[in-house]
Design a protein around this ligand. Structure first.
Ligand SMILES: Cc1cc2nc3c(=O)[nH]c(=O)nc-3n(C[C@H](O)[C@H](O)[C@H](O)COP(=O)(O)OP(=O)(O)OC[C@H]3O[C@@H](n4cnc5c(N)ncnc54)[C@H](O)[C@@H]3O)c2cc1C
Length: 211
């Protein structure tokens, strides 16, 4: 899809070294939580592009991405300095591993992978479906939305980075459902390893590797 300008509606801290950015939804832009966009912006005079995954349950009027910030990173700290009214350029949406109305969403997420995890869980509940969310991170973010999901009836497990995934993966996959896995490569490897050890096939899992 052609590159287009995106206007920032708001930038919010959502926990340690993490922000959520709301963008005004451009005309004719349609996307689902779990799809991603490519954002391009000027960093120290050079054009830089990175991918970010939609973390809002829908894209009506605005849509959100959640960004984990390494202060040494090139792009994420620049995104954190954006303010309402600023513009970046975007292409997308991209990706086929997103929520499509499945009756039971089983979401395994690590680090900023919680963004699409939360967006999909919220969307599933909005549609009267079931959401089961596993989130591994030593410094959890989006805690208000995790609490709201629990209150609405979602199952939410928060684990530390060194906690084993095996027992919780056994538990959350026992009743089936569509698997979604989002995060950086080390988390994807840990999650698929835990699924294989539990005897759960990953051929039909929707997996998005952040790199
Ligand atoms: C399809 C796709 C979707 C993505 N969606 C998101 C998203 O929704 N939210 C998000 O925050 N990022 C997402 N990313 C990653 C994002 O595009 C950037 O790579 C990230 O923000 C780092 O960019 P940077 O310029 O700040 O860091 P760079 O200057 O590119 O430096 C690399 C940095 O990336 C991070 N990083 C790289 N590998 C790992 C790892 N294994 N574990 C933890 N951190 C690592 C570290 O902070 C590291 O310092 C996605 C990537 C892809 C390919």
């Amino acid at each position: 899809m052609d590159e287009r300008p995106l206007t920032v509606a708001a930038v919010r801290s959502v926990g340690p070294d993490a922000i959520a950015i709301d963008f005004e939804t451009p005309a004719s832009f349609d996307a689902q939580p779990g799809q991603f966009v490519k954002l391009t912006l000027s960093v120290d005079g050079a054009e830089e592009s990175r991918f970010y995954t939609i973390s809002s349950p829908d894209v009506t009027e605005t849509f959100e991405v959640t960004v984990g910030i390494d202060p040494e990173g090139d792009v994420a700290p620049v995104l954190a300095d954006l303010a309402a009214g600023d513009e970046v350029r975007a292409t997308g949406p991209f990706g086929s591993d997103y929520y499509e109305g499945e009756p039971r969403a089983v979401l395994l997420t690590g680090g900023p992978g919680i963004g699409p995890g939360i967006g999909i869980a919220e969307r599933a509940l909005d549609e009267g479906n079931e959401a089961v969310l596993v989130y591994r991170d030593d410094e959890p973010i989006h805690e208000d939305r995790l609490a709201a999901l629990r209150e609405r009836g979602a199952t939410v497990h928060v684990l530390g980075d060194d906690d084993p995934l095996g027992a919780v993966v056994d538990e959350v996959t026992a009743d089936g459902g569509q698997l979604f896995i989002y995060g950086f490569a080390d988390f994807i490897d840990a999650a698929t390893g835990a699924l294989e050890a539990a005897g759960v096939g990953t051929e039909d899992a929707k997996i998005e590797n952040f790199g």
